[in-house]
Design a protein around this ligand. Structure first.
Ligand code: SAH
Length: 223
């Protein structure tokens, strides 16, 4: 978009842009200081390429490679907040996409494993993690519906693609006392963000809000 007029962030200094970005996120309910600080440190502009790069500071999902999307920043914030990450936590993210959510989590957790079924997305995200010096993220191309058994159990699991139900392997790879945040729903349009807390004797489920994510698809993609 080279024409002017429809880009509310044009003409701003980077500092003004960042202030407005954080203000939008806060006004949508992200109030946790550590989460806001983690989001302040990661420049979303690094994770959006091409035609939509100039919209990176708006609170909307945007297209990325492989027909996928980078989530809306306020949703990234709300999911991160709901996950209640602690500094010593080992976190699994299913759905690397652009790598933005993993980068935000990296500022809060000890280690982040992030997986995607598209190897191209994983490669691009790894390049960014290296460039941004985010050394506590490990990105892998695997089918995340089976989790990551070789690194399990996890303190926290976040899924950024929607399944009909919480995948069994992910539930079993959560530590007792662990938390998982994920969108569930039977269609592409009606999904609910839920939080699952694992107890010694079962699981507590909590509905958080309606959301819209790309589907969780089984199997590794061709690119
Ligand atoms: N968290 C990302 C947005 C993810 S979009 C960000 O911050 O940009 C959802 C991602 O889930 C897509 O990249 C898609 O390829 C991935 N995905 C879908 N099904 C998957 C599966 N079974 N295993 C791993 N990744 C999957």
């Amino acid at each position: 978009m080279t024409h002017s007029g429809d880009d509310p962030s044009s003409g701003d200094s980077p500092a003004e842009r960042k202030m407005r970005f954080l203000y939008q996120i806060r006004s949508r309910g992200v109030t946790d200081a550590a989460v806001l600080q983690a989001m302040e440190r990661i420049d979303r502009g690094q994770f959006v390429r091409g035609l939509f790069a100039n919209r990176a500071y708006e609170d909307m999902p945007l297209p990325i490679a492989c027909g996928q999307t980078i989530s809306q920043p306020s949703i990234v914030g709300l999911m991160t907040q709901a996950l209640q990450v602690r500094p010593r936590d080992k976190v699994l993210e299913v759905g690397t996409g652009s790598g933005y959510q993993a980068a935000v989590l990296a500022g809060l957790a000890r280690r982040v494993y992030t997986v995607d079924r598209h190897k191209r997305l994983v490669r691009d995200a790894e390049d960014l993690f290296r460039k941004l010096d985010l050394a506590n993220i490990v990105a892998l191309t695997v089918d995340g519906s089976f989790g990551l058994p070789e690194q399990a159990p996890f303190d926290r699991i976040i899924v950024t693609a929607a399944a009909e139900d919480p995948p069994g392997p992910l539930l079993s790879q959560l530590k007792p006392g662990g938390i998982m945040v994920l969108p569930v729903g039977q269609s592409n349009t009606v999904q609910t963000l839920i939080r699952v807390c694992k107890r010694d004797d079962g699981y507590d489920y909590e509905e958080l809000r309606p959301v819209r994510f790309v589907p969780l698809i089984e199997g590794i993609a061709n690119e």
